[in-house]
Design a protein around this ligand. Structure first.
Ligand code: UDP
Length: 324
């Protein structure tokens, strides 16, 4: 039954890894949720379990005109390939959804007078010359390198979001999301954590790129979703970093995965991809002070929770290939 005071959120990219967790989070709070996705990197499997709730899926490409009937209180714009493997394979789609898709999503927010939250990224800092990264650092991005398609699309999306805020007074927020992991990441996603976990569980070598001394800071999904919901309801219009400041080398991350899974896999090294950032760590002072938020789940605990989901999906895949 529809209640008048029930909030309605639209999540673009709602069938992706982050988007599906967000949809679930808002449904659990009694909101109505509409998921918009073209299933280019997301999958209906991620939201299948939500189908009997106050939940609707619209299969749509965001770069076309978006029509949603009725009131929309919140628009969370998460549609985009996010794994380097995906955006290297889909460079034009990545640029289009970050530019044209963001324009359409902002247009919808303006028409509905919705609160708008943009999923931006630590990639706007590129290969950073300032460490840890604070929101007032402008970044070091190669616009024409292979990662430029994602970095520049997100930088444009931030600029467009601020323009709608300043010009039309739209109530906008920008989350700069640092590396996040958790259940539902695709087994073939290509990013470090799902790749290493799958390799460790299958007894294959863990493929560390370069010498593995490059750093990342990995945030567990439930912590990120809590931060996003606080930002959505805040009055922060400038970008806010959301991530876990616990910084690890990629080699340390791989070794921790071997420990947590109890795997006897070995580590092998492959060439470092072009423009791979050498360091990355969020300064989350702003989120701590303005949102009263900080991550709670440590790396080993988050890995244990993610591993259970990976084990289940890997055994389903094995069973179905044994049947066929
Ligand atoms: N990486 C790796 N092996 C892999 C996948 C990634 O060593 O199989 C490295 C990658 O080169 C980068 C870090 O792990 O230094 C994180 O990569 P990811 O693709 O997860 O995301 P990024 O932070 O680069 O966007």
């Amino acid at each position: 039954m529809k209640r008048n005071d029930q909030k309605h959120a639209c999540v673009t990219g709602g069938a992706g890894f982050l988007g599906s967790h967000l949809c679930e989070f808002f449904l659990d709070r009694g909101w109505r949720v509409t998921c918009i996705d073209n299933f280019s990197t997301g999958t209906p499997d991620n939201v299948f379990h939500l189908q009997n709730r106050d939940f609707e899926i619209i299969h749509m490409d965001l770069t076309n005109y978006i029509y949603i009937s009725g009131r929309v209180d919140f628009i969370l714009h998460f549609a985009s390939p996010a794994s380097p493997r995906d955006y290297l394979e889909l460079p034009i789609q990545t640029l289009k959804v970050g530019s044209l898709g963001t324009h359409k999503a902002l247009g919808l927010a303006r028409a509905k007078n919705s609160v708008f939250l943009l999923a931006s990224t630590s990639e706007v800092y590129g290969d950073p010359l300032s460490h840890p990264q604070r929101e007032d650092y402008w970044g070091n991005v190669n616009p024409i390198g292979p990662r430029g398609v994602y970095d520049e699309a997100k930088r444009f999306a931030e600029a467009m979001t601020m323009a709608y805020h300043r010009t039309h007074g739209l109530n906008t927020k920008i989350a700069r999301i640092f590396n996040t992991y958790g259940p539902r990441m695709r087994l073939e996603d290509g990013r470090a954590i799902p790749t290493f976990l799958k390799q460790a569980l299958q007894g294959e070598d863990l493929t560390v790129y370069g010498d593995g001394k490059q750093t990342r800071s990995f945030c567990f999904i439930t912590d990120l979703v809590e931060g996003l919901s606080r930002l959505l309801l805040s009055d922060c219009h400038n970008p806010v970093n959301l991530g876990n400041p616990e910084e690890l080398t990629v080699l340390q991350a791989a070794e921790t995965i071997l420990k947590v899974t109890g795997s006897r896999s070995r580590i092998s090294h492959l060439p470092l991809p072009e423009d791979d950032p050498k360091v990355r760590q969020p300064d989350i002072t702003l989120a701590r002070t303005r949102l009263k938020w900080e991550p709670k789940i440590g790396f080993e605990e988050g890995l244990r929770r993610t591993m259970i989901d990976f084990q289940n999906r890997l055994s389903e895949t094995e069973e179905s290939s044994a049947r066929s």
